[in-house]
Design a protein around this ligand. Structure first.
Ligand code: A2P
Length: 317
């Protein structure tokens, strides 16, 4: 299934996409995983300048076309993101051009502001500190994003990790409203307040870490894959816990960006469209305790203007 995005010329977005944030970076693993994903039916890929996976993703797509697995790149929906160090009005267009060069592509289907945070220009790394943060010129940066869409270099533009407060500020100055907000979202971090806000404003929500992520909080635990509530539902439905989580996200009208570099799990994660959760399942999932996993607290002050957790989102059940 595909979702129509609110934006002139946007490509419809497949309801499940493959995530390529994988640390540490092993380019060959990304390339092979993307080829495996194309083979099992993925047509939606998510990357970012910060992940270092634009090049291997581009190589995999070029090889898939050469091998005849795809007729052309036009069959895909490809997203990339502007990193915080590039979050300056005059760096947006050059950053997108660099991204397109890495991907060997003429356009992106979706270009996102990665975080509502601006860090002084420097080489891209995930280890930026909040001392490096500078005021985020949301209006200037968004003007440059709009120009990317007008030039046809991005068919749609959007944001990631924006709370309702950030979106309020952006919508107040946007000529082209954001088509998408990609945020951490899963049964253990349901984002009801944000989802209701985005539905009202016509912003499509995409979920990163739909399966609870890759140990982002360093505890070694996974609130989604280890959920007893989800395990009970999975057993009753004859599905895996991952499939129950992805099906629940799909039933909320949200697109999952799910990362697996394993062919069997890639395949399994697409097998969620021919069955449903019951009302009782939905009720059980609504009662799962809520906790945000990905705080990125070394970069984003929880007290500051751009804290990544909106207090409104804590007030959910
Ligand atoms: P792997 O790449 O070995 O499959 P998220 O998308 O929430 O970030 O979760 C990704 C993590 O969950 C990855 O570490 C991935 O590991 C694992 N994963 C992906 N699909 C499944 C699945 N169907 N069952 C169990 N674990 C999965």
């Amino acid at each position: 299934p595909k979702v129509a995005l609110r934006s002139g010329n946007a490509t419809p977005m497949p309801a499940v996409g493959m995530g390529t944030a994988s640390f540490p970076l092993v380019p060959e693993a990304t390339k092979n995983a993307v080829l495996a994903a194309i083979e099992v039916g993925y047509r939606h890929f998510d990357t970012a300048s910060m992940y270092g996976t634009e090049k291997p993703l581009g190589e995999a797509v070029a090889e898939a076309v050469r091998r005849g697995l795809l007729q052309s790149r036009e069959e895909l929906f490809v997203t990339s993101k502007l990193w915080c160090t590039q979050n300056h009005p005059d760096l947006v267009l050059p950053s997108l051009r660099e991204t397109l060069k890495n991907l060997q592509m003429e356009y992106l289907d979706l270009y996102l502001i990665h975080w509502p945070v601006s860090i002084k220009p420097m080489p891209i790394t995930s280890r930026n500190k909040k001392e490096d943060a500078v005021p985020f010129d949301v209006e200037g940066v968004w003007r440059a994003m709009e120009e990317c869409q007008r030039l046809g270099l991005a068919k749609a533009i959007g944001v990631s990790n924006f709370t309702t407060r950030h979106l309020d500020k952006l919508l107040a100055v946007a000529t082209i409203p954001p088509a998408v907000n990609q945020v951490e979202l899963n049964p253990a971090w349901q984002q009801r307040t944000l989802r209701a806000y985005c539905a009202e404003k016509g912003i499509h929500v995409a979920a990163y870490s739909p399966l609870g992520g890759q140990n982002w909080d360093g505890t070694g635990r996974n609130a989604v894959l280890e959920s007893d509530a989800l395990a009970g539902i999975a057993k009753a439905r004859g599905k895996t816990v991952a499939q129950v989580a992805l099906r629940w996200i799909y039933e909320q009208g949200v697109t999952s960006i799910v990362k697996s570099y394993n062919k069997e799990r890639l395949k399994q994660n697409l097998e969620i469209f021919d069955w449903e959760l019951t009302d009782e399942d939905q009720l059980k999932i609504s009662q799962i305790p809520q906790k945000k996993i990905f705080e990125a607290s070394d970069m984003f002050s929880q007290e500051g203007e751009f804290r990544s957790v909106d207090p409104a989102d804590l007030d959910i059940v």
